[in-house]
Design a protein around this ligand. Structure first.
Ligand code: SF4
Length: 321
């Protein structure tokens, strides 16, 4: 199974204590279109050295992303801030669940230095959920954005934020730091939230995306869905409509891959032609940009997609005038 990559030794600490006693889930045989390039290029090791030297975590490693070989070859690492331990226990996710450590006040500077060392024109920054903090970590997230802006003013910043559920003004604090793209993944259809994303609320996440655009209409908003968890086609199309109602610009759709037998089960591998069809439908519904393929992830090809996103907005505005 491709998503068992875990390059960070953890000694005796279990990654998913809450999942340890769950029954093993069946594993569907992997189809030929799910391909992973093994990480081992010069660029991969150079990226890893910079990440390590700055003491940073990346979602590429923590989530066991199958694209790490390709992305890191191009120095595209997605930073994961606020620690490596998440307060949520989503059934799809490989990030460790538990009680997080206190925030590191030096992290914004280390992220900014790593972005400069990697020479990134576009950086994606995400975080674990920090329900233990009064503001959900919003001020820290904003400090990271502001420090990267100050250190690398030419670098565009995309943030993949938590939902700040029950954290008043968390979104406003992050938006005030002026990221270029604000991403929050719905992850799955509403009927599966209780099983797949139990700590989250579908309509709260949707409203968060809508509010982001209300706060700053110039902000690009983005969201993502995984398929293969048992959702129906009609449910996917309804989520597209919901996202368009929230004025979301960019949709990503990728195949869910189970990190282990203790995680949610892959019910189905969607063939590439169905992804292509979903992309056509989503574009017809009015998204500025859609990335849909088996290996699509939120931050996959994010730099190229940001250029396309800007061009698509310019074209859309021109067509209206
Ligand atoms: S797709 Fe995103 S998370 Fe995966 S390796 Fe690439 S940058 Fe990292």
């Amino acid at each position: 199974m491709v998503t068992l990559i875990d390059m960070r030794p953890r000694g005796e600490r279990p990654r998913h204590p809450e999942k340890a006693h769950r029954p093993d889930q069946p594993m569907l045989p992997k189809p030929p279109w799910i391909r992973v390039r093994s990480p081992g290029s010069e660029g991969f090791f150079a990226t890893r050295a910079i990440v390590r030297a700055h003491g940073l975590a990346t979602v590429c490693e923590e989530a066991g992303c199958p694209n790490i070989g390709e992305c890191w070859q191009q120095r595209h690492a997605t930073m994961m801030i606020m620690g490596e331990i998440c307060t949520r226990a989503c059934a799809f996710c490989n990030v460790t669940t538990g009680r997080p450590l206190p925030l590191d006040a030096n992290e914004p500077q280390r992220v900014a230095e790593a972005v400069a060392a990697l020479g990134l024109q576009h950086v994606v920054i995400t975080s674990v959920d920090r329900d233990d903090l009064d503001d959900g970590g919003a001020a820290h997230f904003a400090a990271v954005i502001e420090t990267v802006h100050a250190t690398s003013p030419e670098t565009s910043i995309e943030v993949l934020i938590p939902d700040f559920l029950r954290k008043e003004r968390g979104l406003e604090r992050v938006a005030a730091a002026r990221p270029d793209v604000l991403n929050h993944n719905l992850e799955t259809v509403p009927s599966l939230y209780v099983r797949i994303r139990p700590g989250a609320r579908y309509f709260h996440s949707l409203r968060l995306l809508q509010q982001a655009k209300e706060i700053d209409p110039s902000l690009f908003t983005k969201s993502g869905l995984m398929v293969g968890l048992g959702e129906t086609r009609d449910e996917i199309l309804q989520v597209m409509d919901d996202l368009r109602s929230a004025d979301v610009d960019f949709l990503t759709i990728g195949q869910f891959l189970a990190p282990s037998r203790k995680h949610a089960e892959v019910k189905r591998y969607m063939p590439p032609d169905e992804f292509a069809e979903l992309k056509r439908i989503a574009l017809a519904k009015g998204f500025l940009l859609v990335s849909a393929s088996p290996m699509t992830r939120s931050s996959y090809h994010a730099d190229d997609d940001f250029r396309r996103l800007k061009a698509a907005r310019v074209a859309a505005l021109a067509s209206r005038s």
